[in-house]
Design a protein around this ligand. Structure first.
Ligand code: ZN
Length: 103
C-alpha cells in the first residue's frame, strides 16, 4: 500500500477553506471538448468547480484557486481587481501553509 502524505488537491482546497470559509462548492473533473482551451470552469449558480483531466498536477493549485476566486467574486468574471484580490488571498494561504510557490 502507498500512503499519500501530501495531496496537492487537498492542500489547495484547505487553502481555499482557510481564506474563504464561506465557499461551499463541489469539484468535478471533466474531459474538455476537442479544441476547447479551458482548463477549469466555475458554474456560479450551482457552486461547482470543473477541472479538466488534462491539467498537469503541478498546475492544479493555480486552476482550483482561480475557479474558487470566481465563486468568491461572481460579479468579476473579467478577472479584475476583486478577482485578483480573492485569488491572491487563496494563494497566500497556500504558500503560508505549504511553502509552495506559484511557479
Ligand atoms: Zn477565470
Amino acid at each position: 500500500m502507498i500512503k499519500v502524505i501530501s495531496d496537492v488537491i487537498d492542500d489547495i482546497v484547505l487553502a481555499v477553506e482557510k481564506a474563504f470559509p464561506q465557499v461551499d462548492a463541489e469539484l468535478y473533473w471533466y474531459y474538455p471538448k476537442e479544441g476547447e482551451d479551458a482548463k477549469g470552469k466555475a458554474i456560479l449558480d450551482d457552486n461547482v468547480i470543473l477541472v479538466s483531466f488534462e491539467v498537469p498536477i503541478g498546475k492544479l493549485p493555480d486552476i482550483i484557486a482561480h475557479e474558487a476566486a470566481h465563486l468568491v467574486e461572481p460579479d468579476d468574471i473579467e478577472h479584475g481587481e476583486a478577482f485578483d484580490t480573492a485569488y491572491d488571498k487563496i494563494f497566500d494561504e497556500y504558500v503560508k501553509m505549504f511553502g509552495a510557490s506559484e511557479e
